[in-house]
Design a protein around this ligand. Structure first.
Ligand SMILES: *[C@@H]1O[C@H](CO)[C@@H](O)[C@H](O)[C@H]1NC(C)=O
Ligand SMILES: *[C@@H]1O[C@H](CO)[C@@H](O)[C@H](O)[C@H]1NC(C)=O
Length: 348
């Protein structure tokens, strides 16, 4: 009896420990790669890779690699939890457990190939490839894990739009070699996202035009939410990417729920101590960012209006605490003025 209790306590501890990828990923052996491709339902592209890329394109691919490696860890952990009947991971709201396991295996392998593909392009262009860190996941049940997966996938879908714009305009090899590839990944992540929304009983497609984002927001989201602090080794090259670290920006849980039918006021928390006089910029759909002043500042807590009916899109809105009243023409412009963020707000 005593033994059993001890064992259970140990299992509990082990499950809560930071998640570490240790199967050779993201540098699998040739036979492991063949297995991943089989599981993923397709192979890495066999068309020629760029041999040289501009600095911005390299930075974008490094951010993509950071994100895809994190996603691999996330879906590995989720698959582990479902496969091992971990508490909270046994109710799939009507989906069969076999179907969930089969889907998670395939999705994990697909994310692995996205990450391996990004690193292969970086290597081909003579740039630093990205390694894994240790990860933590702020969820302990299947439904919340899927809701969170939908949120970070929304952020990726927005970020890749901007990456593609950079690739198309930089005058180098990225337009020809990488834009169609990224388009295919955007659609692939969109397929995933529709399923995650369906599991939440949301309409599969959130809005006619999905919210844009920027590499800085994607990187900071993974760094703030999922990477165990100081767990990226020097050789992972994550700290060499050169994206500025923002302060955090989250919705205070006591705040009114963001709403699609009327304008509301939201309460935010930030790790930035100098909030007075700053603004919140919202990026929603393909519209010009909306900027509102912060109100009722109380240390690191403050309020800001959330004027959804002024042309916001359902699904993700990216919020940022910015040091200028704008106007901003796009997500990259907002990122350039951001002090804290991204705040990830999902409406319907
Ligand atoms: C898997 O379960 C552990 C233990 O409950 C939890 O800490 C972790 O966040 C879960 N992972 C995912 C991706 O849901
Ligand atoms: C970023 O913002 C600064 C002002 O804070 C401005 O001088 C600079 O031109 C901006 N850069 C870009 C790329 O928008």
């Amino acid at each position: 009896m005593v033994k059993l209790t001890l064992l259970l306590a140990f299992v509990g501890l082990a499950a809560a420990a930071p998640f570490k990828l240790n199967n050779g990923f993201p540098n699998p052996s040739p036979s492991a790669l063949a297995e991943i491709q089989k599981e993923a339902g397709g192979t890495l592209p066999n068309t020629p890779l760029p041999t040289s890329l501009k600095a911005d394109a390299i930075q974008s691919l490094q951010v993509i690699a950071v994100n895809e490696i994190f996603e691999t860890a996330y879906f590995s952990s989720l698959l582990h939890n479902v496969t091992n009947n971990v508490h909270g991971y046994t109710d799939f709201d009507g989906l069969s457990r076999d179907y969930v396991i089969k889907s998670l295996k395939q999705i994990r392998a697909q994310e692995e190939l996205h990450a391996i593909g990004a690193n292969a392009i970086l290597a081909s262009a003579g740039a630093k490839t990205i390694g894994s860190c240790n990860y933590m996941f702020p969820v302990t049940d299947f439904k919340s894990a899927i809701t969170l997966a939908a949120t970070f996938t929304d952020l990726v879908l927005g970020t890749l739009q901007n990456v593609n714009k950079g690739f198309a305009l930089d005058g180098g090899q990225a337009a020809e070699g990488l834009v169609p590839l990224l388009d295919s990944i955007i659609a692939q992540e969109g397929e995933q996202d529709g399923a995650y929304r369906l599991i939440q009983r949301k309409v599969p497609s959130a809005a006619p035009f999905l919210t844009s984002s920027a590499g800085q927001f994607a990187f900071n989201a993974v760094d703030q939410l999922f990477i165990v602090p100081n767990s990226c080794s020097q050789s992972s090259n994550v700290s060499a990417i050169g994206i500025p670290a923002y302060k955090t920006l989250t919705l205070s849980t006591s705040s009114e729920k963001p709403c699609s039918t009327k304008d509301t006021t939201l309460t935010f928390k930030t790790s930035e101590s100098d909030v007075n006089g700053k603004h919140i910029a919202y990026i929603s759909g393909q519209n010009k960012p909306v900027v509102v002043p912060v109100q009722s500042v109380n240390g690191k807590t403050f309020k800001a209006s959330f004027p959804f009916t002024k042309g916001f899109s359902k699904g993700l809105t990216v919020a940022a605490l910015v040091n200028s009243a704008g106007p901003f023409s796009n997500a990259a412009d907002v990122a350039n003025a951001t002090v804290a963020g991204p705040g990830l707000i999902e409406v319907d």
